[in-house]
Design a protein around this ligand. Structure first.
Ligand SMILES: [Zn+2]
Length: 392
């Protein structure tokens, strides 16, 4: 079928790029990016898909799937109206040693076949929406839960592909959105997601429907109601909507197809074979989730390569019901790592093994530091999909 071409303004890119580049440069520690393909070490853009952090927290109940896409969004204030970018709080209170240079190879092992569920609590049900011959992993500096301004938060991950890269269905399902307006409703060409596709998957999780969203597309090659299989082409990547450069914004939604039901895609995308995922619950000494981003640096003992991640913006995104995490780093080659952070003017460090194909987990509790053990087994009141609430 004929594709829908993007015709909408790229001026936002130019408009925001200058401001954002300065801001993000200032907030990013040096040289600790994940490996990227040659020539892509410094993505010259910043993700700008975001909305206000609800001041009331995420008390939204899990409702039956009766709310049309975009209806929730129209109830919230426009995240972009009249907003003046200002620097996010700088979590760095401590100077770490300079990391080594990042490898430039884009090679990674093939992915575990989906669905990959090595434990009762893991749910790597999706393949990557970008083929393996491209960079198909999330940008380290624009992870899920990141705060880019004082009151906005990232509800997906960004994969740094150029315009015109085929975007693939992450799993089998039916197209329930194809076009502009997924956030604002209607066919609004100013929608921050730009041209977007949403799939309602044939499978769910613990009785709840799963959706995946693909944003900022340049061209859409599927139609509403069409059924697709994992790996089927949906369209081409682009830079429609609020972006300052081309990339794919990928989101996972559980329960309902709306912005407030997102989950961290790095806990749902199958990892490369032999690689693992690191998740953590980071708290203050009293056991409450930190209310500002906390930086962690993860260094491979074998290669000295560094990865970084910050904890989620407090209250702004959902955690997994089992892990209750507020920090995730995906795609870590199995092996021994040193994990470092600074808290209250002190540095903390622990050695941890990343096992392949599974979620590896630690907690950090303020001045009590690190603990490496899995979360307690869920009790009778365990309700997958329940909203995260801060608790000791
Ligand atoms: Zn994004």
């Amino acid at each position: 079928m004929s594709g829908v071409r993007s015709g909408y303004s790229r001026f936002f890119g130019g408009l925001l790029a200058g401001i954002l580049m300065v801001q993000f440069t200032a907030c990013t520690s040096t040289g600790d990016r994940q490996p990227t393909a040659t020539g892509m070490e410094t993505p010259a853009y910043a993700e700008t898909l975001m909305a206000p952090i609800p001041t009331t927290g995420f008390a939204t109940p899990l409702l039956p799937e009766s709310t049309p896409s975009g209806a929730e969004a129209t109830q919230s204030s426009d995240p972009l109206a009249g907003q003046i970018p200002s620097p996010a709080p700088d979590p760095l209170r401590f100077v770490f040693p300079s990391p080594g240079p990042a490898p430039v190879s884009a090679w990674r092992p093939p992915l575990y076949a989906i669905p990959w569920a090595p434990t009762p609590f893991d749910h790597f049900f999706f393949s990557r929406p970008i083929a393996a011959d491209e960079v198909n992993w999330p940008l380290a500096d624009y992870r899920y839960g990141g705060i880019f301004f004082e009151n906005v938060i990232h509800t997906g991950v960004d994969i740094p592909v150029l315009n015109g890269t085929p975007v693939l269905a992450a799993g089998a399902g039916r197209i329930v959105w194809a076009g502009y307006g997924i956030y604002r409703g209607g066919n609004d060409p100013t929608d921050p997601y730009g041209l977007a596709v949403v799939i309602r998957h044939d499978f769910g999780y613990e009785g709840q429907t799963l959706f995946t969203l693909y944003g900022h597309l340049d061209e859409i090659d599927v139609a509403d109601g069409q059924h697709v299989e994992a790996g089927d082409p949906l369209g081409l990547s682009g830079e429609t909507g609020r972006v300052t450069g081309p990339h794919l914004h990928f989101e996972i939604r559980l329960g309902e197809n709306n912005y407030f039901m997102s989950r961290n895609p790095e806990l749902w995308l199958a990892p490369p074979v032999g690689w693992g995922i690191l998740a953590a619950r980071v708290m203050d000494t009293s056991g409450y989730l930190l209310d500002e981003p906390q930086l962690f640096i993860v260094t491979s003992r074998a290669t000295r390569q560094n990865w970084t991640a910050r904890t989620y913006g407090f209250g702004g995104v959902n955690s997994d019901p089992y892990y209750r995490e507020n920090l995730v780093i995906g795609d870590l080659p199995a092996g021994l790592y040193d994990i470092r952070t600074a808290y209250g003017g002190q540095s903390y460090e622990i050695e941890m093994e990343i096992r392949p194909g599974v979620v590896n987990y630690f907690t950090f509790k303020g001045f009590n530091g690190f603990t490496v053990e899995p979360p307690p087994l869920p009790g009778e009141d365990f309700t997958p999909g329940a909203m995260e609430t801060p608790s000791p």
